[in-house]
Design a protein around this ligand. Structure first.
Ligand SMILES: Cc1ncc(COP(=O)(O)O)c(C=O)c1O
Length: 402
């Protein structure tokens, strides 16, 4: 019998779902009930958010943690804390979730996009210096998919040009650059606990830092401008209410307990998958920089080269792979071309009449528009069987195209 693709009515390679996300058990339940019965549901009187701030800061090898409502808010506050304001420029990457750029424009500043390295999809350090102007205040590298950006290069440039560094580590819990966990390598780092994330409370975020003053400032900014140890109605600066609830704190404490085990499983499966995909021409996983000593594997991203698949367009490859039972997506649009980002920039006219037009970013554009295929992190939480099904589904598509 001739083999038939599932998208054309054949039998899918995988007929069972991949491990469900999120994972929880009675650890979450017990901690949630403790919050319920305590009657302390807000972080200012409760104990869970504070406990999580300490534990997560330790986990990231940082001195301080300040929990907030989500990763976007964490970025906004971190940027404000390092002094980014209306009209300032922030160097970042176009290959990231739109929240990275929105956090910049929402505080009146301008994201300046620098293209990515082809191998890792993190910001290309060799192109940062030419993007620096007298208006540049900070560099905002993104540790995309769980892989740290080149922090050696970024910190050296920041030091040379007196710039601040905020790490968007929203996808990189536990990730390490040369043995050091990300987040507090620069001035401040941010993490997200949104529903798809490897550690989640449905929503949530945290800012980490080694700097005592910046930690106090972030705490104040997230708590309506209050002062630590100050009076309830004493507001020493303008701030919003970005406080996390105790419910989130409880769930996150439980999630953190199994984070290392799950990270190990993702790492093993990602390594096995990357190795096996080498035998399929036209499927090229992003490389892991040898200085990355721990990758968080929020996404497994590979390049799809249509030339090796008889010219089959990427969207048809993705539809075929999904039909074989493998959830996957094409991922981001490049932010330097995003209509929503361009609209955000337009709205900054009152602060700057000379808003720079986003430069072309050919590497990010090609990856976004033609090549990237993303597998979400829960696909890496099974065993060899699950990974073999991914490999077999791709191999089947290739065979059937011959
Ligand atoms: C790279 C990146 N930055 C920022 C964010 C924003 O986080 P949140 O969705 O928690 O606001 C996310 C995730 O959604 C992200 O992936």
């Amino acid at each position: 019998m001739t083999e038939k693709l599932a998208v054309e009515g054949g039998v899918p390679v995988r007929q069972k779902p991949f491990p469900h996300w999120p994972i929880w058990d009675d650890t979450e339940e017990k901690l949630l009930l403790e919050v319920l019965h305590s009657g302390d549901w807000g972080a200012l009187t409760g104990t869970k958010v504070q406990a999580f701030e300490r534990t997560f800061a330790d986990f990231q090898q940082a001195k301080h943690g300040v929990c907030v409502v989500n990763g976007t808010a964490a970025l906004e506050l971190a940027l404000r804390a390092v002094g980014v304001g209306p009209g300032d420029e922030v160097i970042t990457t176009p290959y990231t979730f739109i929240a990275t750029a929105n956090a910049v424009t929402l505080i009146g500043a301008i994201p300046v996009f620098v293209d990515i390295e082809p191998e890792t999809a993190t910001i290309d350090v060799d192109q940062i210096e030419e993007a620096i102007t007298p208006k540049t205040k900070a560099i905002l590298p993104v540790h995309i998919a769980g892989q740290p950006a080149n922090m050696d290069g970024i910190l050296a440039i920041a030091q040379k040009h007196h710039l601040r560094v905020v790490e968007d580590a929203c996808q990189s819990w536990g990730a390490e650059w040369r043995g050091q966990r990300v987040g507090a390598l620069g001035d401040l780092g941010t993490f997200s606990f949104q529903a798809s994330k490897n550690i989640t409370a449905g929503e949530g975020g945290i800012i980490v830092t080694n700097d005592d003053q910046l930690a106090d400032l972030c705490w104040s900014l997230h708590n309506v401008g209050r002062r630590k140890g100050g009076l309830w109605y004493e507001h020493v600066r303008q701030g919003g209410n970005y406080r996390m609830t105790e419910w989130q704190g409880a769930i996150l404490l439980a999630q953190l307990e199994r984070a290392d085990d799950l990270a190990r499983r993702r790492q093993q499966n990602a390594a096995y998958l990357a190795e096996a995909l080498q035998s399929i021409p036209g499927i090229e996983p992003l490389k892991v920089d040898p200085r990355v000593t721990r990758h968080a594997w929020h996404l497994f991203i590979f390049r799809y080269k249509r030339e090796a698949f008889g010219g089959l367009p990427r969207h048809e490859f993705i539809a075929a792979l999904e039909a074989e039972g493998i959830p996957c997506t094409p991922g981001y649009v490049p932010l330097n071309e995003s209509p929503a980002v361009l609209e955000g920039l337009q709205q900054l006219q009152p602060f700057r009449s000379d808003i720079p037009v986003p430069r072309a970013c050919p590497v990010a554009e090609r990856l976004s528009k033609d090549e990237a295929v993303w597998l979400p992190q829960n696909l890496l939480l099974g065993g060899n069987r699950e990974i073999n099904d991914i490999i077999e589904a791709i191999a089947k598509i290739k065979r059937c195209l011959k």
